[in-house]
Write a protein that binds this ligand. Sequence first.
Ligand SMILES: [Fe+2]
Length: 154
Amino acid sequence: MRFYAARFGEDVELWGCTALLHDFDYEIHPTLDEHPQEGASILRDEGYPEEVIEAVLSHAEHLELPRDTPLKKTLFACDELSGFVHACALVRPTGLEGLEPKSVRKKLEQPSFAAGVHRDAVYAGAELLGIGLDEHIANVVAALRPIAKELGIE
Ligand SMILES: [Fe+2]
């Protein structure tokens, strides 16, 4: 999210915080009748900007809210794919180094690999961003590379 915020000339801290917060309530609200709606209430009580709260709410597919801002679009587009790219890196001896969009796409076509990742959301996310899937994958890989050590995929 920070990568895309910088690329789009948006607020890097705000976008980074939104990404960090979007699932913050998942452990206390693990079911879709509460997540992320109840979490959004907590954020509202804490005085978080409405822009952040609306983006958090819009990442949830079951709420079917419009993703009508660059922040909402990008959060949705990065959510599943960043986890998937992480999983791809974990099973490679060189991690993110040399990880090509082509091989990520191949893994996406294997339903048993990282089965919890919703493929449809990955494809829809790239479309929502208005870029090709390969470009989106390459961006996510490039964004994660500088923080590979923190992610445990160095
Ligand atoms: Fe979530």
